[in-house]
Design a protein around this ligand. Structure first.
Ligand code: PLP
Length: 442
Protein backbone atom coordinates (compact mmCIF):
# COMPACT_ATOMS: atom_id res chain seq x y z
CA UNK A 1 0.00 0.00 0.00
CA UNK A 2 1.13 3.55 -0.71
CA UNK A 3 2.10 5.04 2.66
CA UNK A 4 -0.10 8.04 1.95
CA UNK A 5 -3.17 5.76 1.84
CA UNK A 6 -2.86 4.69 5.47
CA UNK A 7 -5.90 6.08 7.30
CA UNK A 8 -5.85 3.81 10.36
CA UNK A 9 -2.35 3.23 11.69
CA UNK A 10 -1.84 -0.01 13.65
CA UNK A 11 0.30 1.68 16.26
CA UNK A 12 -0.73 4.85 18.05
CA UNK A 13 1.83 4.47 20.80
CA UNK A 14 5.12 5.34 19.08
CA UNK A 15 4.23 8.95 18.30
CA UNK A 16 4.80 11.11 21.40
CA UNK A 17 2.32 13.82 20.51
CA UNK A 18 3.08 17.50 21.12
CA UNK A 19 0.91 19.63 23.44
CA UNK A 20 -1.48 16.69 23.75
CA UNK A 21 -3.01 14.60 26.52
CA UNK A 22 -1.44 11.52 24.90
CA UNK A 23 -3.18 8.78 26.89
CA UNK A 24 -6.60 10.39 26.56
CA UNK A 25 -6.15 10.98 22.82
CA UNK A 26 -4.91 7.47 22.12
CA UNK A 27 -7.98 5.96 23.80
CA UNK A 28 -10.25 8.00 21.55
CA UNK A 29 -8.24 9.36 18.61
CA UNK A 30 -9.44 12.21 16.44
CA UNK A 31 -7.85 11.47 13.09
CA UNK A 32 -7.98 13.89 10.16
CA UNK A 33 -7.30 12.31 6.76
CA UNK A 34 -8.21 14.94 4.17
CA UNK A 35 -8.96 18.62 3.87
CA UNK A 36 -10.39 21.01 1.33
CA UNK A 37 -11.38 24.66 1.58
CA UNK A 38 -13.05 25.25 4.95
CA UNK A 39 -13.34 21.58 5.93
CA UNK A 40 -11.40 18.63 7.23
CA UNK A 41 -12.52 15.04 6.67
CA UNK A 42 -12.06 12.56 9.51
CA UNK A 43 -11.04 8.89 9.32
CA UNK A 44 -14.69 7.99 9.96
CA UNK A 45 -15.62 10.13 6.98
CA UNK A 46 -17.19 13.10 8.73
CA UNK A 47 -16.78 16.71 7.59
CA UNK A 48 -15.37 19.09 10.22
CA UNK A 49 -15.66 22.84 9.74
CA UNK A 50 -12.22 24.28 10.44
CA UNK A 51 -12.76 27.03 13.00
CA UNK A 52 -9.02 27.42 13.64
CA UNK A 53 -7.28 27.36 10.22
CA UNK A 54 -5.45 24.28 11.51
CA UNK A 55 -3.31 26.02 14.13
CA UNK A 56 -3.86 29.61 12.95
CA UNK A 57 -1.95 28.87 9.76
CA UNK A 58 -4.16 27.81 6.83
CA UNK A 59 -5.32 31.35 6.06
CA UNK A 60 -6.16 30.64 2.40
CA UNK A 61 -8.08 27.46 3.21
CA UNK A 62 -7.04 23.88 2.65
CA UNK A 63 -5.47 22.11 -0.30
CA UNK A 64 -5.30 25.11 -2.59
CA UNK A 65 -4.48 23.90 -6.07
CA UNK A 66 -1.99 26.63 -6.88
CA UNK A 67 0.03 25.96 -3.73
CA UNK A 68 -0.10 22.17 -4.11
CA UNK A 69 1.11 22.42 -7.73
CA UNK A 70 3.93 24.80 -6.80
CA UNK A 71 5.22 22.40 -4.14
CA UNK A 72 4.95 19.41 -6.50
CA UNK A 73 6.78 21.21 -9.27
CA UNK A 74 9.55 22.34 -6.97
CA UNK A 75 10.00 18.87 -5.43
CA UNK A 76 10.53 17.48 -8.92
CA UNK A 77 13.11 20.13 -9.77
CA UNK A 78 15.21 20.98 -6.69
CA UNK A 79 14.35 19.08 -3.53
CA UNK A 80 16.83 20.73 -1.19
CA UNK A 81 19.55 23.33 -1.40
CA UNK A 82 21.60 24.81 1.43
CA UNK A 83 21.35 28.52 2.17
CA UNK A 84 24.77 28.69 3.86
CA UNK A 85 27.19 30.27 1.36
CA UNK A 86 24.87 28.94 -1.40
CA UNK A 87 21.53 29.98 -2.79
CA UNK A 88 18.59 29.06 -4.96
CA UNK A 89 16.40 31.55 -6.79
CA UNK A 90 13.06 31.03 -5.06
CA UNK A 91 14.21 32.03 -1.57
CA UNK A 92 15.50 35.35 -2.94
CA UNK A 93 12.31 35.85 -4.89
CA UNK A 94 10.18 35.13 -1.84
CA UNK A 95 12.18 37.49 0.39
CA UNK A 96 11.82 40.22 -2.20
CA UNK A 97 8.07 39.67 -2.52
CA UNK A 98 7.66 39.71 1.25
CA UNK A 99 9.35 43.10 1.56
CA UNK A 100 6.60 44.55 -0.64
CA UNK A 101 3.86 43.50 1.77
CA UNK A 102 4.51 46.19 4.33
CA UNK A 103 6.63 49.30 3.81
CA UNK A 104 9.72 49.96 5.91
CA UNK A 105 11.04 46.39 6.17
CA UNK A 106 13.69 45.67 3.60
CA UNK A 107 15.28 42.36 4.70
CA UNK A 108 13.89 38.94 5.49
CA UNK A 109 15.65 36.10 7.34
CA UNK A 110 14.12 32.63 6.86
CA UNK A 111 13.59 30.09 9.63
CA UNK A 112 11.75 26.79 10.03
CA UNK A 113 8.76 28.13 12.02
CA UNK A 114 7.56 30.52 14.68
CA UNK A 115 9.77 29.40 17.56
CA UNK A 116 12.85 29.72 15.40
CA UNK A 117 11.71 33.14 14.20
CA UNK A 118 11.45 34.30 17.80
CA UNK A 119 14.90 33.01 18.76
CA UNK A 120 16.30 34.57 15.59
CA UNK A 121 14.81 37.98 16.37
CA UNK A 122 16.06 37.93 19.97
CA UNK A 123 19.56 37.02 18.81
CA UNK A 124 19.45 39.66 16.07
CA UNK A 125 18.50 42.30 18.63
CA UNK A 126 21.37 41.45 20.97
CA UNK A 127 23.89 41.20 18.13
CA UNK A 128 22.62 44.45 16.57
CA UNK A 129 23.47 46.41 19.69
CA UNK A 130 26.83 44.68 19.95
CA UNK A 131 27.90 45.51 16.41
CA UNK A 132 26.87 49.12 17.03
CA UNK A 133 29.20 49.19 20.00
CA UNK A 134 26.54 48.83 22.73
CA UNK A 135 27.35 45.27 23.76
CA UNK A 136 25.94 45.76 27.27
CA UNK A 137 22.43 45.76 25.85
CA UNK A 138 21.55 42.11 26.40
CA UNK A 139 18.42 42.17 28.58
CA UNK A 140 15.18 41.07 27.00
CA UNK A 141 11.73 42.20 28.05
CA UNK A 142 8.70 39.98 27.42
CA UNK A 143 5.22 40.01 28.90
CA UNK A 144 3.09 37.95 31.24
CA UNK A 145 0.75 35.67 29.28
CA UNK A 146 2.98 36.03 26.21
CA UNK A 147 3.50 32.98 24.00
CA UNK A 148 6.54 33.01 21.79
CA UNK A 149 6.92 29.35 20.89
CA UNK A 150 8.93 26.69 22.62
CA UNK A 151 12.64 27.50 22.20
CA UNK A 152 14.52 28.51 25.34
CA UNK A 153 14.55 32.13 24.20
CA UNK A 154 10.84 32.09 23.44
CA UNK A 155 9.76 30.43 26.68
CA UNK A 156 11.96 32.81 28.68
CA UNK A 157 10.42 35.99 27.27
CA UNK A 158 7.01 34.32 27.23
CA UNK A 159 4.85 34.44 30.30
CA UNK A 160 3.44 30.95 30.75
CA UNK A 161 3.69 29.36 34.15
CA UNK A 162 3.96 25.76 32.92
CA UNK A 163 7.22 26.60 31.16
CA UNK A 164 8.70 27.80 34.44
CA UNK A 165 7.22 24.86 36.30
CA UNK A 166 8.62 22.19 34.00
CA UNK A 167 11.75 23.67 32.50
CA UNK A 168 13.30 25.57 35.38
CA UNK A 169 14.46 29.13 35.68
CA UNK A 170 15.04 29.66 31.94
CA UNK A 171 17.25 32.40 30.44
CA UNK A 172 18.69 34.92 32.90
CA UNK A 173 18.42 38.61 32.09
CA UNK A 174 14.73 38.65 31.22
CA UNK A 175 11.95 40.84 32.66
CA UNK A 176 8.23 40.88 32.00
CA UNK A 177 5.68 43.60 31.47
CA UNK A 178 2.27 42.95 33.02
CA UNK A 179 -0.32 41.44 30.69
CA UNK A 180 -3.11 43.73 29.57
CA UNK A 181 -6.19 41.70 30.34
CA UNK A 182 -8.60 42.84 33.05
CA UNK A 183 -12.09 41.31 32.89
CA UNK A 184 -13.52 43.86 35.33
CA UNK A 185 -12.63 46.71 33.00
CA UNK A 186 -12.80 44.98 29.63
CA UNK A 187 -15.34 42.13 29.64
CA UNK A 188 -17.45 41.86 26.47
CA UNK A 189 -15.57 44.67 24.73
CA UNK A 190 -16.10 44.71 20.99
CA UNK A 191 -12.67 45.03 19.39
CA UNK A 192 -10.04 47.16 21.12
CA UNK A 193 -10.54 47.76 24.88
CA UNK A 194 -10.45 51.37 26.02
CA UNK A 195 -8.90 50.54 29.39
CA UNK A 196 -5.28 49.48 29.84
CA UNK A 197 -3.06 51.65 27.61
CA UNK A 198 -1.23 52.89 30.72
CA UNK A 199 0.12 49.38 31.38
CA UNK A 200 2.82 50.09 28.78
CA UNK A 201 4.28 52.61 31.26
CA UNK A 202 5.61 49.68 33.26
CA UNK A 203 8.42 49.58 30.72
CA UNK A 204 9.69 52.84 32.23
CA UNK A 205 9.85 51.11 35.64
CA UNK A 206 11.97 48.29 34.16
CA UNK A 207 14.24 50.82 32.44
CA UNK A 208 14.66 52.67 35.74
CA UNK A 209 15.52 49.40 37.48
CA UNK A 210 18.11 48.14 35.00
CA UNK A 211 19.13 51.22 33.00
CA UNK A 212 18.44 51.41 29.27
CA UNK A 213 22.09 50.72 28.48
CA UNK A 214 21.51 47.09 29.51
CA UNK A 215 18.28 46.47 27.58
CA UNK A 216 18.26 45.05 24.05
CA UNK A 217 14.63 44.54 23.13
CA UNK A 218 10.99 44.29 24.08
CA UNK A 219 8.95 41.50 22.47
CA UNK A 220 5.15 41.30 22.47
CA UNK A 221 2.44 39.68 20.41
CA UNK A 222 0.30 42.56 19.09
CA UNK A 223 -2.68 40.31 19.86
CA UNK A 224 -1.81 37.49 22.26
CA UNK A 225 -3.39 34.38 20.79
CA UNK A 226 -2.26 31.25 22.52
CA UNK A 227 -2.96 32.45 26.05
CA UNK A 228 -6.54 33.27 25.24
CA UNK A 229 -6.96 36.08 22.69
CA UNK A 230 -5.91 39.21 24.58
CA UNK A 231 -6.56 42.34 22.52
CA UNK A 232 -4.17 45.26 23.11
CA UNK A 233 -5.81 48.25 24.78
CA UNK A 234 -6.20 51.58 23.03
CA UNK A 235 -2.83 53.31 22.64
CA UNK A 236 -0.84 50.51 24.32
CA UNK A 237 1.33 49.45 21.38
CA UNK A 238 1.93 53.08 20.40
CA UNK A 239 3.15 53.80 23.91
CA UNK A 240 5.51 50.82 23.91
CA UNK A 241 6.94 52.12 20.64
CA UNK A 242 7.57 55.59 21.99
CA UNK A 243 9.18 54.35 25.22
CA UNK A 244 11.44 52.03 23.21
CA UNK A 245 12.40 54.95 20.94
CA UNK A 246 13.17 57.15 23.91
CA UNK A 247 15.62 54.58 25.33
CA UNK A 248 17.10 53.06 22.15
CA UNK A 249 15.43 49.70 22.79
CA UNK A 250 14.37 47.54 19.85
CA UNK A 251 10.69 46.62 19.63
CA UNK A 252 9.79 43.16 18.29
CA UNK A 253 6.26 42.23 17.27
CA UNK A 254 5.65 38.51 17.26
CA UNK A 255 3.21 38.29 14.37
CA UNK A 256 3.21 34.51 14.01
CA UNK A 257 -0.59 34.52 14.24
CA UNK A 258 -1.45 38.13 13.33
CA UNK A 259 0.60 38.10 10.12
CA UNK A 260 -0.81 37.39 6.68
CA UNK A 261 -4.26 38.88 6.91
CA UNK A 262 -5.66 37.64 10.21
CA UNK A 263 -6.66 41.17 11.31
CA UNK A 264 -7.76 42.30 7.86
CA UNK A 265 -4.39 43.87 7.01
CA UNK A 266 -1.15 42.27 5.89
CA UNK A 267 0.29 42.51 9.41
CA UNK A 268 -0.72 43.88 12.79
CA UNK A 269 1.90 46.60 12.33
CA UNK A 270 -0.21 47.94 9.48
CA UNK A 271 -3.49 47.44 11.34
CA UNK A 272 -2.31 49.37 14.42
CA UNK A 273 -0.05 51.83 12.58
CA UNK A 274 2.88 50.97 14.88
CA UNK A 275 6.21 49.99 13.39
CA UNK A 276 8.39 47.60 15.37
CA UNK A 277 12.04 47.05 14.49
CA UNK A 278 11.67 43.32 13.90
CA UNK A 279 8.61 41.25 12.99
CA UNK A 280 8.51 37.50 13.54
CA UNK A 281 6.25 35.43 11.29
CA UNK A 282 5.52 31.81 10.28
CA UNK A 283 2.26 29.86 9.81
CA UNK A 284 0.30 31.83 7.15
CA UNK A 285 3.55 32.51 5.29
CA UNK A 286 3.17 29.18 3.47
CA UNK A 287 -0.50 28.64 4.33
CA UNK A 288 0.78 25.98 6.72
CA UNK A 289 1.66 23.65 3.82
CA UNK A 290 5.42 23.46 4.37
CA UNK A 291 7.04 24.59 7.63
CA UNK A 292 8.63 28.02 7.31
CA UNK A 293 9.09 31.18 9.34
CA UNK A 294 10.59 34.57 8.59
CA UNK A 295 11.91 37.57 10.49
CA UNK A 296 11.39 40.97 8.85
CA UNK A 297 13.97 43.63 9.71
CA UNK A 298 13.23 47.32 9.38
CA UNK A 299 15.37 49.43 7.14
CA UNK A 300 18.82 50.06 8.59
CA UNK A 301 19.21 46.92 10.69
CA UNK A 302 20.81 44.75 8.00
CA UNK A 303 22.99 47.69 6.93
CA UNK A 304 24.26 48.05 10.48
CA UNK A 305 25.48 44.45 10.37
CA UNK A 306 27.02 44.93 6.91
CA UNK A 307 28.75 48.17 7.85
CA UNK A 308 30.35 46.77 10.97
CA UNK A 309 32.00 43.60 9.67
CA UNK A 310 34.77 43.23 7.12
CA UNK A 311 33.53 41.94 3.76
CA UNK A 312 34.15 38.19 3.48
CA UNK A 313 33.15 37.50 7.08
CA UNK A 314 29.79 36.11 8.19
CA UNK A 315 27.91 39.16 9.45
CA UNK A 316 25.26 37.32 11.53
CA UNK A 317 26.45 34.04 13.01
CA UNK A 318 23.08 32.31 12.79
CA UNK A 319 20.98 30.14 10.46
CA UNK A 320 19.10 26.88 10.01
CA UNK A 321 19.56 23.89 7.70
CA UNK A 322 16.06 24.63 6.44
CA UNK A 323 16.34 28.44 6.14
CA UNK A 324 14.80 29.24 2.76
CA UNK A 325 13.97 25.59 1.95
CA UNK A 326 13.03 25.29 -1.74
CA UNK A 327 9.66 23.58 -1.12
CA UNK A 328 8.74 26.14 1.52
CA UNK A 329 9.82 29.01 -0.72
CA UNK A 330 7.69 27.61 -3.56
CA UNK A 331 4.74 27.25 -1.20
CA UNK A 332 5.29 30.79 0.11
CA UNK A 333 5.31 32.36 -3.33
CA UNK A 334 2.16 30.53 -4.39
CA UNK A 335 0.50 31.44 -1.09
CA UNK A 336 1.23 35.14 -1.60
CA UNK A 337 -0.30 34.84 -5.08
CA UNK A 338 -3.48 33.33 -3.65
CA UNK A 339 -3.74 35.99 -0.94
CA UNK A 340 -3.38 38.71 -3.56
CA UNK A 341 -5.51 37.23 -6.33
CA UNK A 342 -8.38 36.55 -3.94
CA UNK A 343 -7.92 39.75 -1.90
CA UNK A 344 -8.05 37.70 1.29
CA UNK A 345 -6.69 40.37 3.62
CA UNK A 346 -9.33 42.83 2.42
CA UNK A 347 -11.92 40.09 2.63
CA UNK A 348 -11.04 39.55 6.29
CA UNK A 349 -11.50 43.29 6.91
CA UNK A 350 -14.90 43.24 5.19
CA UNK A 351 -16.12 40.25 7.15
CA UNK A 352 -14.80 41.47 10.52
CA UNK A 353 -17.99 43.38 11.55
CA UNK A 354 -20.19 40.36 10.74
CA UNK A 355 -17.75 38.16 12.64
CA UNK A 356 -17.87 40.54 15.62
CA UNK A 357 -21.67 40.40 15.76
CA UNK A 358 -21.57 36.61 15.59
CA UNK A 359 -19.01 36.40 18.42
CA UNK A 360 -21.04 38.68 20.67
CA UNK A 361 -24.26 36.79 19.94
CA UNK A 362 -22.91 34.25 22.45
CA UNK A 363 -23.36 36.65 25.37
CA UNK A 364 -25.41 34.95 28.07
CA UNK A 365 -25.11 31.52 26.47
CA UNK A 366 -24.13 28.70 28.87
CA UNK A 367 -21.02 29.42 30.97
CA UNK A 368 -19.69 32.31 28.81
CA UNK A 369 -18.08 35.00 31.00
CA UNK A 370 -16.31 37.07 28.33
CA UNK A 371 -16.18 37.53 24.56
CA UNK A 372 -13.32 39.19 22.69
CA UNK A 373 -12.68 39.77 19.00
CA UNK A 374 -10.47 41.49 16.48
CA UNK A 375 -10.17 40.91 12.74
CA UNK A 376 -11.12 37.26 12.23
CA UNK A 377 -10.15 36.16 15.73
CA UNK A 378 -12.44 35.33 18.63
CA UNK A 379 -11.85 34.52 22.29
CA UNK A 380 -14.73 32.97 24.20
CA UNK A 381 -13.99 32.66 27.88
CA UNK A 382 -15.93 30.14 29.97
CA UNK A 383 -16.38 30.03 33.69
CA UNK A 384 -14.12 27.20 34.83
CA UNK A 385 -15.37 24.33 36.98
CA UNK A 386 -14.00 24.93 40.51
CA UNK A 387 -10.99 22.68 41.11
CA UNK A 388 -11.00 21.45 37.51
CA UNK A 389 -9.38 24.10 35.32
CA UNK A 390 -9.57 23.43 31.55
CA UNK A 391 -12.21 20.68 31.99
CA UNK A 392 -15.12 22.77 30.75
CA UNK A 393 -13.33 24.03 27.65
CA UNK A 394 -12.12 20.51 26.87
CA UNK A 395 -15.69 19.28 27.08
CA UNK A 396 -16.64 22.02 24.59
CA UNK A 397 -13.79 20.95 22.33
CA UNK A 398 -14.79 17.27 22.18
CA UNK A 399 -18.49 18.07 21.84
CA UNK A 400 -17.80 20.57 19.03
CA UNK A 401 -15.66 17.99 17.25
CA UNK A 402 -18.45 15.42 17.53
CA UNK A 403 -20.85 17.99 16.09
CA UNK A 404 -18.53 18.83 13.18
CA UNK A 405 -16.58 21.91 14.28
CA UNK A 406 -12.88 22.27 15.10
CA UNK A 407 -12.19 24.80 17.85
CA UNK A 408 -9.07 25.41 19.91
CA UNK A 409 -8.93 25.80 23.65
CA UNK A 410 -6.42 27.20 26.09
CA UNK A 411 -7.25 27.06 29.77
CA UNK A 412 -11.01 27.62 29.81
CA UNK A 413 -10.91 29.90 26.79
CA UNK A 414 -12.01 28.95 23.29
CA UNK A 415 -10.06 30.59 20.44
CA UNK A 416 -11.41 30.78 16.90
CA UNK A 417 -9.37 31.81 13.86
CA UNK A 418 -10.84 30.21 10.70
CA UNK A 419 -9.40 30.40 7.18
CA UNK A 420 -9.98 33.82 5.61
CA UNK A 421 -11.85 32.32 2.66
CA UNK A 422 -14.86 31.83 4.92
CA UNK A 423 -18.34 32.96 3.89
CA UNK A 424 -21.03 34.43 6.11
CA UNK A 425 -22.75 31.05 6.00
CA UNK A 426 -19.67 29.43 7.58
CA UNK A 427 -19.76 32.02 10.35
CA UNK A 428 -23.44 31.23 10.93
CA UNK A 429 -22.70 27.48 11.01
CA UNK A 430 -19.74 27.93 13.31
CA UNK A 431 -21.53 30.01 15.91
CA UNK A 432 -24.72 27.94 15.53
CA UNK A 433 -22.83 24.75 16.40
CA UNK A 434 -20.80 26.40 19.12
CA UNK A 435 -23.88 27.98 20.73
CA UNK A 436 -25.58 24.56 20.82
CA UNK A 437 -22.49 23.02 22.41
CA UNK A 438 -22.15 25.77 25.03
CA UNK A 439 -25.76 25.24 26.14
CA UNK A 440 -25.04 21.57 26.92
CA UNK A 441 -21.89 22.09 29.00
CA UNK A 442 -21.86 20.78 32.57
N1 PLP B 1 4.81 32.93 18.43
C1 PLP B 1 3.48 33.00 18.47
C2 PLP B 1 2.83 34.32 18.73
C3 PLP B 1 2.71 31.87 18.26
O1 PLP B 1 1.37 31.95 18.32
C4 PLP B 1 3.36 30.66 17.98
C5 PLP B 1 2.58 29.44 17.74
O2 PLP B 1 1.40 29.37 17.93
C6 PLP B 1 4.76 30.63 17.96
C7 PLP B 1 5.46 31.80 18.18
C8 PLP B 1 5.50 29.36 17.71
O3 PLP B 1 5.40 28.94 16.41
P1 PLP B 1 5.82 27.44 16.01
O4 PLP B 1 4.85 26.54 16.69
O5 PLP B 1 5.73 27.46 14.51
O6 PLP B 1 7.22 27.23 16.48
Amino acid sequence: MDTQDITRPNDLESFWMPFTANRQFKKNPRMLVEAEGMYYTTADNRRILDGTAGLWCVNAGHRREKIVKAIQKQAEKLDYAPSFQMGHPLSFELASRLTTLTPGYDRVFFTGGGSESVDTALKMAIAYHRVRGEGTRTRLIGRERGYHGVGFGGISVGGIVSNRKFFGSLLPGVDHLPHTHNPEKQAFTRGIPEWGGHLADDLERIVTLHDASNIAAVIVEPVAGSTGVLIPPQGYLQKLRSICDKHGILLIFDEVITGFGRLGASFATEYFGVKPDLITTAKGLTNGCVPMGAVFAREGIYDTFMNNAPEGTIELFHGYTYSGHPLAAAAGLATLDVYKEEGLFERAAELAPYWEDAVHSLKGVGPVIDLRNLGIIAGIELEGIPGKPTARAMEAFTKAYDKGLLIRTTGDIIALSPPLILEKSHIDDMFGMLGDVLKTLH
